[in-house]
Design a protein around this ligand. Sequence first.
Ligand code: GLN
Length: 537
Amino acid sequence: MKYIFVTGGVVSSLGKGLTAAALGTLLENRGLKVTLQKFDPYLNVDPGTMSPFQHGEVYVLDDGAETDLDLGHYERFSNSKLSRRNNTTSGQVYQQVLDNERAGKYLGKTVQVIPHVTDEIQRRISLLAEESKADVVITEIGGTVGDIEGLPFLEAIREFALDVGPHNVCFIHVTYIPFIKAAGELKTKPTQQSVAKLREIGIAPNVLVCRCEHPLNKELRHKLSLFCNVPFDAVVEEKDVDHSIYEVPLMLQRERMDDLVCRQLHLDLPAANMAHWQDIIRRLVAPQNRVRIGVVGKYIELQDAYKSVYEALTHGGIANDCGVRIEQIDAEDIEKHGAETVLKDLSGVLVPGGFGERGTEGKIMAARFARERGLPYLGLCLGMQIATIEFARNALHLEGAHSTEFNPATPHPVICLLEEQRGVTQVGGTMRLGSQPCRLKPGSRAHQLYGAPLIHERHRHRYEFNGSYRERFEKAGFTISGMSPDGDLVEIIEIERHPFFVASQFHPEFLSKPTAPHPLFRGFIAAALERSHGKAA
Ligand code: GLN
């Protein structure tokens, strides 16, 4: 069993997760079974209770774990099957240690960060190694070297490396090489200092991945090698990508990063065959067609809040050999300026998931515009609830129809609380979460797109379609095309006699990959493309 640890230096947001994931792609394509894991030093038990402003997207796994968005990269770039074992926070570690202490498992000892907290961290690495049956475990340590809260994790991986031996471990440090405009120079000092910090803890990186806006020249590589104590060829350049994050595996392959890692781990493997990824990049860089899609949300200014949605749209583009330009639209702008003004030049509109009332009226206006004008619409979770409210108000004339999340006193609660949610008072981890089966209506658009009668999709919500309105909706051409197998819960809706109006209570974006674009996104982009052609003609 081999272990790779990825740490970060100098600043956050370097794309450590992406680097780890891209390395996973390369190693898989050399024939290894890989699993990836993230350690997050914060004290929240999971990111499920954090605001998107704090954390970006909450990524949901099959088993219902609410995890860091880096796990999204892991799943999109590799075939590794992830579960709650793949994301550990300090909160979980301390919770376990305190439970052990209360259960008397420490036999009267003083409970301390070293060894009790660090042992619990190591236990989680070993457990994942064992259960995943992978050849390689890639563990990414969140945060930046030098953070106080990251120390127990660094200490734990140092001890772990000692146990498993030097040829079974590779330490990768992802760092930043800033470009100082006034001097016209790339600077290595921050990296030198962050590596010094790591070595102080007892970790000597084997590979240095340098994030930079400009290429590293030979001299600079020498300097980094000398001052950071890594071999010259172990200084890897990772420049900002030109087009797409899916170029990262190819870029790292050109820098021979996978060779370096294999050398360190004493693995003798054939080169990675990346032909498939090269084709994906070709489609991304020079697509045959282009469309503009509006994503109408509330956290639109945050790059990370709808990460998987943006990625899945790109995948839908790959499937149609079509470049997708994403317009991030603030729902409140639609309230201010009207749907026509904001949406008229788009080929499709997507309303993603969300919580809280702000912006809902703007989203409802967007759904109405799409329905009435034949503009392709894809609704995800809240986006399905919005489509339902809109149809109730404007097609069924149920005045004041709403979700009880936004108006508990609405005369027409077309979206209401799940039965199992009544009486729930704890906030963390209590939504309807994770993979659930869904049966598709034969002949529906959803059925055509999936090409299978039974599907499984990931959920994260408390509210749902109110079954007592089902008949009225269906009579008016609002088809319920996906249901939980017991026939209780509405999972997918679509509107008949519309080029593409589909919305799901689940989150299909979590199951889309560049190598396997999700059927709903594929269908949505195909419809948008058709509309844009129609317009051009
Ligand atoms: N707020 C809605 C609910 O809880 C939708 C959730 C979501 O979009 N993820 O049901």
